[in-house]
Design a protein around this ligand. Structure first.
Ligand code: 5GP
Length: 210
């Protein structure tokens, strides 16, 4: 069994990443979503251990000190981080693991796991982004303004990603991301056994031809 692909999905707050990820796990079997740890307060309807593990700053920092975070970052005044063991175990089991994290974390993951896939999800235009953030009705105008300012900063880092996914049609987007992840299974670095076998056979042929 080959190791799973680690995919990092980033994108502006309000780009629709959460819905995309949920659909990926509903439509296909092989995905495991990592549940992050955060010091942000739960939004209405969010449950501990499902959307996030909600912890205080002291607990978060202790996890970091113990080396139990694959990556972490501070985003709009709160810490967010990816528990290392969950990700490693699922990849070892051959599952394709998806992290939905912001750009600083994405860059840390790329350094640690160079063959991971970095996808950046964006709505078709910035106006649509503002409409989606306002339409959610869960954030105050100050928080929306902060998130839009942060989106402007994040837009500067898009070139670090492997692919951009424009989220204007949910169904098309889910299929597109799934193909990208499945294609990543076929890079030569992930097909070492096949390559070795073919080389072995070919060298057998050329010996026979001598
Ligand atoms: P939200 O507060 O809207 O749930 O998330 C805010 C931002 O934090 C989003 O851009 C999200 O992708 C990012 N985020 C969520 N979990 C993690 C994590 O474990 N690590 C990092 N670096 N960012 C995260």
């Amino acid at each position: 069994m080959s190791r799973g692909i680690l995919t990092v999905i980033s994108g502006f707050s309000g780009a629709g990443k959460g819905t995309l990820m949920r659909r990926l796990t509903e439509d296909y079997d092989n995905y495991a979503l990592s549940v992050s740890m955060t010091t942000r307060a739960p939004r209405e309807g969010e449950r501990d251990g499902i959307e996030y593990f909600f912890v205080d700053t002291e607990t978060f920092q202790e996890r970091v000190r113990q080396g139990r975070m694959l990556e972490y970052a501070c985003y709009c005044g709160n810490y967010y981080g990816t528990p290392r063991d969950y990700v490693r175990d699922r990849l070892d089991q051959g599952r394709d693991v998806i992290l939905e994290i912001e750009i600083q974390g994405a860059l840390q993951v790329k350094k640690l796991v160079p063959d991971c896939l970095l996808l950046f999800v964006t709505p078709p235009c910035a106006g649509e982004l503002r409409r989606r953030l306002e339409g959610r009705g869960t954030e105050t105008p100050e928080v929306i303004a902060r998130r839009l300012a942060r989106a402007a900063e994040e837009s500067e880092g898009i070139e670090a990603y492997d692919y951009i996914v424009v989220n204007d049609d949910l169904e098309a987007c889910v299929r597109q991301i799934h193909s990208m992840v499945q294609n990543a299974h076929y890079t030569p670095a992930r097909q070492e056994t096949l390559i070795k076998e073919i080389r072995g056979e070919l060298s057998g042929f050329s010996k026979g031809a001598e």
